[in-house]
Design a protein around this ligand. Structure first.
Ligand code: ZN
Length: 237
């Protein structure tokens, strides 16, 4: 199956929190959207692997993703090896996405930064015809953008997700084991009831910067080319 957009996360829930609005918007436009998680997040303080997997399935359904895979890298010990880059290359060649989204390269969680280090070079190699891997044909995405998890950055662009924001929150809340404080759960930054207020404040902040209600921030490693100004929101009024 060919995808229009493929989003990578280090853990199931990264994609929802970082770029859920982008995926929801695209899926609602009839585009094919998929998710690849690099690990099962087995070292998480709360929840179990089966519960997290069920939550990930539900979240993908809420987003409208047609594919969700897990590469099962060991949580907190991602190794930037040829073998692991090849797993990314095979995914890229299998789904042939035009757009790839991945975590921003500097973050509080080591797996988020490590994801960038493994995925970004693999996106380039995936397009090399002389790199032979299985029966797959070379493919390189046209667009690569980094999404925000914990650490902020100066965005290359902010996407208006005002319409998609409520669904994004539903997708985040599909991870009840992570974001809802329950009897027996251990307090973390995620189970803190202030977390959802923080998420809302962050998206409102990004939205306000571009004159809309809610926004998602993205970084690009290269400049964005534009053909005309018509789809740009005013940036100085
Ligand atoms: Zn994560």
């Amino acid at each position: 199956m060919k995808l229009d957009l493929l989003a990578f996360g280090a853990h199931p829930d990264d994609v929802e929190a970082g770029c859920g609005g982008f995926l929801i918007k695209y899926a609602q436009q009839g585009k094919k959207v998929g998710i690849v998680d690099l690990s099962l997040a087995e070292l998480s303080t709360n929840g179990t692997i089966p519960v997290r997997m069920e939550e990930a399935k539900n979240a993908a359904h809420i987003i409208g993703a047609v594919v969700r895979e897990n590469l099962e890298f060991p949580n907190n010990f991602f190794v930037n090896s040829k073998e692991n880059q090849e797993k990314i290359i095979n995914v890229i060649r299998k789904y042939k996405p035009e757009i790839v989204l991945l975590p921003y390269w500097n973050d509080r969680h080591p797996d988020h930064a490590a994801s960038r280090d493994i995925i970004f070079p693999a996106l380039f190699t995936a397009g090399l015809k002389n790199f032979i891997s299985g029966a797959s044909f070379p493919h390189r995405p046209k667009y690569v953008f980094f999404y925000q998890l914990w650490y902020g950055f100066t965005p290359t662009f902010i996407l208006d997700i005002s319409k998609e924001f409520p669904v994004k929150i539903d997708a985040i809340l599909a991870y009840q084991s992570q974001f809802v404080k329950k009897e027996g759960s251990i307090d973390t930054k995620d189970t803190n009831p202030a977390f959802l207020k923080y998420i809302e404040a962050r998206h409102r902040n990004s939205g306000y910067e571009i004159g809309v209600e809610y926004g998602e921030a993205y970084a690009s490693a290269t400049p964005l080319g534009i053909k005309d100004m018509q789809s740009l929101l005013p940036n100085y009024d």
